[in-house]
Design a protein around this ligand. Structure first.
Ligand code: UDP
Length: 242
């Protein structure tokens, strides 16, 4: 199906992993997952056939789990294996990270050994700005730059920690460790803040329980094997319908 051609004149925005199209409804957009993989702020790039379908399936699975546990998301409906309709939100330019175990940038920045478990989940925000390389930002700096109000950051933090509880418990029940993840939130026209973007092995680190064996984008970042094989294996373990 030439879905891209069908929607090409209505393309609103193209990101590294997704395209956003206009729909007939003012308050809704269509999100289409792409087969591209990027890492290190776009320095490493590859087209990987089948990746878009996998990430769409993970997002559908996790967002449905969260909705069933009282978390509001931008989802309107899932349309096909690559696309979904979502509420149009103003994306808050903060990448929200929650960490349960040390991995990735926190190891480099603070000298943690990979795999150290944090006593309490660690909440961080990064300024979503490719030109600046998505730097870590304090809550006060985010407020003074006008990215979000203090009250909004508080809502985001509470939501992110609640999401962590739900996803960690779920992963644990399937013998998988949720190491860390990134969330993006958006503002509805009435100011309400809801979860947007995606939740997939592109945006989370998952390890086989009791190990630091990656079942996520680190396989691609660190060239440790086939991304499709790892994501498909993870989908099987987590019960994600493909
Ligand atoms: N992450 C993401 N997009 C980004 C940066 C990070 O989805 O632009 C996710 C990443 O996959 C990991 C978590 O957020 O699950 C924490 O990433 P970290 O800060 O350790 O940075 P990284 O090691 O990915 O550079």
């Amino acid at each position: 199906m030439a879905a891209t051609e069908t929607f090409s004149e209505k393309l609103l925005y193209e990101g590294k992993a997704k395209q956003i199209f206009k729909t007939a409804s003012q308050g809704e957009i269509l999100i289409r997952y792409k087969d591209s993989a990027t890492a290190f702020n776009g320095e490493k790039k590859e087209i990987i056939a089948g990746k878009g379908r996998l990430n769409m399936a993970f997002t559908k699975h996790f967002f449905t789990l969260l909705e069933n546990n009282g978390i509001k998301t931008h989802t309107v409906k899932y349309t096909d294996e690559l696309s979904m309709i979502a509420k149009k939100v103003e994306i808050i330019l903060l990448e929200t990270i929650v960490r349960n175990y040390a991995a990735g940038s926190i190891c480099k920045r603070l000298g943690y050994e990979k795999g150290v478990k944090f006593e309490e989940p660690v909440f961080e925000i990064f300024y979503k700005n490719d030109d600046l390389g998505d730097p870590l930002i304090t809550q006060e700096e985010a407020v003074s730059k006008g990215l979000a109000s203090a009250a909004e950051i508080n809502i985001i933090k509470n939501q992110a920690l609640a999401i962590n509880e739900i996803l960690s418990k779920y992963a644990d029940s399937k013998s998988v460790t949720l190491v860390d993840f990134k969330l993006e939130f958006g503002r509805l026209p009435d100011g309400e803040i809801i979860l947007a973007d995606e939740i997939s092995p592109d945006t989370c680190r998952f390890w086989k329980k009791g190990t630091t064996d990656s079942l996520d984008k680190d396989v691609f970042r660190e060239a440790k094997g086939s991304l499709i094989e790892s994501y498909t294996k993870l989908a099987g373990i987590l019960g994600v319908e493909l």
